[in-house]
Design a protein around this ligand. Sequence first.
Ligand code: SF4
Length: 464
Amino acid sequence: MAQQLIDQFAARLPADRRAAVYQSTKTTHEKRTAMLFDQFAEPHRLRALAGGIKQHVLENLDTLLPAVEAKLQANGAQVHWAATAEAACAAVLRIMQARGATKLVKAKTMVSEEIALEHFLAAHGIEALETDLGEFIVQLDHDRPSHIVRPIIHKNRREIAQSFERHGLGAYDDDPQTITRRARQFLRQKYLQADVGLTGANFVSVESGRLVLVTNEGNSRFSLAAPKCHIALVGIEKLVPRDRDLGLLLNLLARSATAQQLTVYTEFITGPKAATQPDGPEELHVIFVDNGRTDVLASECRAILRCIRCGACMNVCPVYRQASGHAYRSVYPGPVGAVLSPLLAGKKFPELADLPKASSLCGACHEVCPVDIPIPDLLLRLRDQGKRAGAPLAAAGTPPMGAWALLASQPAAWKAALLGGKIINYLPTKLLPVPPLRAWEKSRTLPEWRGGEFRRWLRHRTTP
Ligand code: SF4
């Protein structure tokens, strides 16, 4: 059961790792909030506006997708459609084999993680090298990203220096500048040797057919400079109707993701290299990936497809801060993952169906989301669907809520339970009277009893 697994994962997380995740997410969240409210008079209106633009896209995908295909083709791109992860991987392989290509450099793309492209290509003898520093370190260690913007939020520089030493990238040195320089030196030769550069796209403008990519390291630019072929893997929901929508979305994305006014490198790609340009890819292939998105679109949780992958909901989530990203067992962790992962996985991975329970429903994720996704509502809908499908509402060992409801609706029983609460406070776990309560307490801490003073407080408050 996910709730219990997330609890267990959090309990096993080394204290320094939990502290690092907590501090890093908290700092980014605070900077993001200060920046948004300092620089914009009404950030919540901007979030609503951005959410409206993305919602419009979702409601009009049937006309916007053919329109963007026509625009991309007019710009010289070749457009491919992939209904499944397997079809998307096969499309990349086909393009590479047609060119006799064996080496690919890859900028950060969540879709490629989602479809497990690297493993697929490796099985076909193709090297797919990550060029985003965090993803490169994840790849070296055969690890998994634990945050969608900062994939190595769970690692410290000592671990990275050890990893570099193990993989022949220099003697142990945990100075961040040395680590970065060594990665740069290694990757520069790889860019020059690569046959194909693969990226995602943060947005695709239907109006102009422009692909928009943002990075802070310039690795996407390098990935497109030397290779003669560019493949962009794009989720079908990544469209924006007009170029001018990008002004708002890019401003919100950078502030929400990394508390920057604008991401360091923002690329606008309109087709392959023109005859007059000295460098750049001669071929541009855009692969639009569905992989469960149309099912999400048909569901009552379609608003999750507005997501622009900023990670702000992870940074603010009390569950993510305690458990970190690996606890979610999926490519998309945190609140967005608790909705999106089980929906995208559908029946293929029923073990993810309980992720919607990994939330306190505090609502912080909705408050920070730059596209105003009502994540707590979606979590409740998924919980409701799970209940209707017969899934247990709570993790094993959780006392049934029916008992609580019975107590709460019977004043005499409630008062007796309050008295019992005082007594339980003084009992060691093994002496707890009810076995389910004992099992529940094994993975949770029973809050300290602070007295049942609410009725008295209310009586005093309402008596003139
Ligand atoms: S759900 Fe919202 S806050 Fe979370 S990653 Fe997506 S856009 Fe960002």
